[in-house]
Design a protein around this ligand. Structure first.
Ligand SMILES: Cc1cc2nc3c(=O)[nH]c(=O)nc-3n(C[C@H](O)[C@H](O)[C@H](O)COP(=O)(O)OP(=O)(O)OC[C@H]3O[C@@H](n4cnc5c(N)ncnc54)[C@H](O)[C@@H]3O)c2cc1C
Length: 448
């Protein structure tokens, strides 16, 4: 039975930095990821990719080159993490021929990243409406534009690579509608040379592709019969309420909407890690100066500890790799984390989600798409006594479907005015047979 010194869950910027650092310090390391290729969301790439679509590609290839001797368990979806000595990670491997596998490790570094944060609005369930991250993943992973005539909406600097990426892939992008307006909180980002250079590059690309960029505007409704045909855009007040007389429609076949990211914390919860509100109020894993969580022999890095971008993810990953191998990190790394966390806090303050989005909803707008729960039904459940997302789920089925609240959980929590609930005993969909412990075909590097 193989027991690794360290299992790193997630092969994104944070996980790769943790794995490379820990392996460099002499540990036997396995890095586990649901995806076939390493890189996570930021470095999602195609086979033979030369990195032309990516910023900081050299940082990725340098990390990849340091992974000699690390077991890369690709295509492994960890659906449950059992704390213990060793920790036991239950995985599913493969697709059509999905089979269970178990990975054991004395220590775990959690680097599971984040998922797209969505807000509901009328028509968001139409085919053709997708998350900004989904559109970006399609472009980076397959080189495909998500559609021909595209509108991008939401908030945050992430909308810029999405819009320019879509245009580079051949789509006509009819506009980026950024719900927030520039404010003083963005100043630290403007004075960071690397971010300022990146922003200037996007501004040039928007100009080159003639993509209008409107702040204080958002898509507040999508329309179509069988699929998306047009969107309504409106100017928003400070609280994101549409301003009368500013509505207009834009024909399009694709809408990419993104309101930031939410950390993926299921496995952290399984392992007993405490959570705390992050910069923007969304739960994140509690970590100390060495990236140790509150659970024994578990460290966390990257967006599991708060959304802050790939560079911060790599820094915290390297710190976790040092701590998990009981090695003192270089002081420069600690200073870098302090500086980058300050930028992450600025990012959250400059691009918040304001409450006025609720005024975009009509009674029949679906809040939970999986279970088709309307806004009217959610309000009814609140009137009937739902006080948290669990109560709302029991009274209205909001968050009870396939996504287990990953898509609607943020909006439901905001409607209730409470923190998002992330206690999901299954981190990935799993068959009853696997739950019953059938484990008959161990893949390479993993045991039954
Ligand atoms: C869809 C999407 C696209 C994004 N694109 C960009 C972009 O183009 N530019 C940008 O600046 N930022 C992008 N981001 C933000 C991005 O997440 C970060 O800045 C950066 O990638 C964070 O690094 P990370 O290592 O913390 O997490 P990630 O890069 O997200 O890596 C986490 C890894 O963990 C794996 N994982 C998660 N759960 C499990 C599990 N249960 N079992 C096995 N493996 C698991 C995932 O497959 C993933 O590879 C994107 C985010 C999302 C959600």
């Amino acid at each position: 039975m193989t027991v690794y010194d360290i299992a790193v869950i997630g092969a994104g910027p944070a996980g790769l930095a943790a794995a490379a650092t820990a392996a460099g310090n002499g540990a036997a390391v396995a890095v586990i990821d649901a995806a076939e290729r390493s890189g996570g969301q930021y470095y999602r790439h195609q086979h033979g990719d030369d990195g032309a679509r990516h910023h900081h590609w050299r940082a990725f290839t340098r990390l990849r080159d340091r992974l000699d001797g690390v077991a890369h368990l690709a295509g492994h979806r960890v659906w449950h993490a059992e704390p213990g000595e060793p920790h036991v990670l239950h995985c599913l491997v493969g697709h059509a021929d999905e089979r269970p596998a178990t990975v054991r490790a004395r220590r775990v570094v959690l680097a599971t990243g984040a998922h797209d944060r969505s807000l509901p609005f009328p028509g968001w369930d139409l085919p053709g409406v997708m998350t900004a991250g989904g559109a970006q993943a399609l472009w980076k992973g397959q080189g495909l534009p998500a559609g021909n005539n595209v509108v991008v909406t939401g908030t945050g600097p992430f909308l810029l690579p999405v819009a320019t990426g879509l245009a580079a892939a051949g789509a006509t992008v009819h506009g980026v509608f950024e719900a927030n307006r520039p404010n003083r909180h963005a100043l630290p980002l403007a004075t960071d040379l690397s971010r300022a250079a990146e922003a200037a590059g996007y501004a040039a690309a928007l100009a080159r592709h003639r993509i209008p960029y409107r702040t204080g505007h958002a898509v507040i409704a999508a329309h179509g019969h069988d699929r998306l045909e047009e969107v309504t855009v409106a100017r928003l007040d400070r609280d994101w309420r549409p301003v009368d007389g500013t509505h207009r429609t834009i024909p399009c076949d694709t809408l990419a909407a993104g309101y930031g990211f939410t950390p993926q914390l299921e496995l952290a919860v399984h392992l007993g890690c405490e959570l705390t509100p992050g910069f923007d109020g969304t739960p994140v894993a509690v970590v100390d100066a060495a990236q140790a969580t509150t659970a024994a022999r578990v460290w966390a890095a990257g967006e599991t500890c708060g959304v802050g971008g790939a560079i911060l993810a790599m820094t915290t990953g390297a710190l976790a790799g040092h701590a998990a191998t009981d090695t003192t990190p270089p002081t420069g790394l600690l200073r870098r984390r302090t500086r980058q966390r300050r930028l992450a806090a600025a990012l959250a303050a400059a691009w918040p989600v304001r409450d006025g989005w609720r005024s975009w909803l009509t009674d029949d707008t679906l809040v939970c798409r999986c279970e088709e729960v309307t806004y009217a039904r959610v309000r009814e459940a609140v009137a009937d006594g739902a006080r948290d997302t669990r109560g709302l789920k029991l009274l209205s089925r909001t968050g009870m479907g396939h996504c287990q609240g990953r898509v609607c959980g943020y909006a439901a929590a905001r409607i209730l005015g409470v923190a998002e609930h992330v206690n999901r005993p299954l981190a990935q969909p799993v068959r009853l047979g696997d739950l019953a412990g059938l484990d008959t075909h161990p893949p390479q590097g993993a045991d039954t």
